[in-house]
Design a protein around this ligand. Structure first.
Ligand SMILES: *Cc1c(COP(=O)(O)O)cnc(C)c1O
Length: 451
């Protein structure tokens, strides 16, 4: 039995997989925030590159990966699939546990899978300047590297609390040539209006998105990019699951359970959709589980409604499971999972009971991360520890039931720039956060009832 299953460069997929083609109930359309009418693709052109808008609304099953992007994927792809034998042994479980190691990318996470094509399509259109937001800095870092490869300028609005807490991700972005601004900032109307009310506001992804979108629409050669949530981002990430499919095949196994941690849904969708396809098309049974933080439980406890992607309300209205665009999550260390909403495709799949969700308290995720580091050697990102925690729960359940289960999870990133979080865990000062039903009812009460 091989510990690691490698593919060669020729086996990098030639197309991304678009699950919308195989969904019986298609996601509801995004709405114009003013008219509440379905958006036309042209409405999005001041914000996004045209080719990305095409992908956003596409119902084609396979979308070709441009040769230039596929060549750049070879910098680190195909990524290894690893059988977590040492973890299995520590858990004394009959389950077989596999993980797809996306932490080996130059930036340390899966985010580069979408940053490269996004930079590429903007470059092809003649765009010279991109803007974006970043929480923990993973998306900002990935896009900084991608824009440096394509010779584009980049402004990153980084959530202020992370800007101060994660100085090394900021340094990474600066190494790759990006201009990094702490958000809320004085550079935009959105930022200034928030600072006028609350000078000490520590920022949120929602606010940073408002700033980045505002900056992009002011200049005709500037566009905005997003690292999660949207359909085209999820599409690019399916390269993860498509490779995994071939690798599981080489291992002579098929997963009973596929798991990804959940922020806006891109790595979860990336690993799981190519497998879910077999259920949608061939009726093959598979359990797909999204792992989200108990303190930001949009899928387990949020409502399904149209909501904005940002705090100020500049983006289109998207049909999604959401905690409300004003929701301010606790300062947990999994910065990439602190987002109020979920993507529209994932939201529809959950409405149709095609996926499952589990929410995990912060301390359980770090216990899982520590066990994983001590068995498999890799120190996982705080976000990825959520997927590991669910894999462990399921492996222990298999042990209790005495059934052999094959479990696959995505290791979305490593945690080497997040050691402050581990320090806090070891010092005993880390805590779980309880979120009451009243708090959720309050933050979702601002949503207009459209569906
Ligand atoms: C951004 C990020 C996530 C969460 O984003 P998704 O779009 O839900 O995948 C998870 N893990 C890591 C390492 C990240 O950087």
């Amino acid at each position: 039995m091989n510990k690691k299953i490698f593919l060669n460069e020729n086996e990098i997929p030639h197309s991304w997989y678009n699950i919308v083609a195989d969904m019986q109930n298609k996601p509801l359309p995004p709405l114009h925030p003013g008219t509440k009418q379905p958006l036309s693709p042209a409405d999005l052109e001041p914000i996004f590159a045209k080719e990305l808008i095409k992908q956003e609304v596409s119902e084609e099953r396979w979308i070709e990966i441009p040769d230039e992007v596929r060549e750049l994927y070879k910098l680190w792809r195909p990524t290894p699939l690893v059988r977590a034998t040492a973890l299995e042994k520590a858990l004394d479980t009959p389950a077989h546990i596999y993980f797809k190691n996306e932490s080996v990318s130059p930036v340390g996470s899966h985010k580069l899978n979408s940053a490269l094509p996004q930079a590429y399509y903007n470059k092809m259109q003649g765009i010279t300047h991109l803007t974006t937001e970043t929480g923990a800095g993973q998306w900002g870092a990935a896009l900084s590297f991608a824009t440096s490869l394509f010779g584009l300028k980049l402004d990153v609005f980084m959530v202020k609390v992370s800007y101060n807490q994660k100085p090394y991700r900021r340094s990474m972005m600066q190494t790759w040539g990006a201009n990094v601004v702490a958000s809320p900032s004085n550079l935009t109307e959105s930022g200034r209006s928030i600072l006028a009310k609350e000078p000490d506001n520590s920022g949120s992804l929602g606010i940073a998105i408002s700033e980045a979108v505002e900056k992009a629409v002011q200049d005709e050669n500037t566009r905005y990019t997003l690292g999660s949530v949207l359909n085209h981002v999820i599409l690019h990430q399916t390269v993860i699951g498509l490779e995994s499919e071939k690798q599981m095949d080489l291992a002579g196994e098929y997963p009973d359970i596929v798991i990804g941690c959940f922020g806006g849904g891109s790595n979860f969708s990336g690993i799981s959709f190519p497998f879910l396809r077999h259920q949608l098309v061939d009726g093959k049974k598979i359990r797909v589980i999204a792992a989200e933080p108990a303190s930001c439980p949009k899928l387990t406890r949020g409502v399904f409604q149209y909501d904005f992607g940002d705090t100020v309300g500049l983006t289109p209205l998207l049909p999604m499971y959401t905690l409300g665009h004003d929701f301010h999550p606790a300062d947990i260390h999994a910065g990439g999972l602190r987002y109020h909403g979920a993507g529209t495709i994932v939201s529809q799949l959950l409405r149709d009971n095609l996926i499952e969700v589990q929410d995990i308290p912060q301390l359980e995720t770090f216990e899982a991360g520590k066990l994983f580091a001590n068995t498999e050697g890799i120190i996982p990102a705080p976000e990825s520890t959520h997927a590991i925690a669910v894999a462990i729960r399921e492996a222990l359940k298999a042990k209790e039931e005495g059934t052999k289960k094959t479990i696959l999870f995505n290791l979305s990133g490593h945690g080497l720039i997040d050691m402050m979080a581990y320090d806090q865990f070891f010092s005993g000062t880390m805590q779980n956060y309880k979120l009451t039903d009243e708090e959720i009812a309050k933050s979702t009460s601002v949503l207009e009832k459209i569906v």
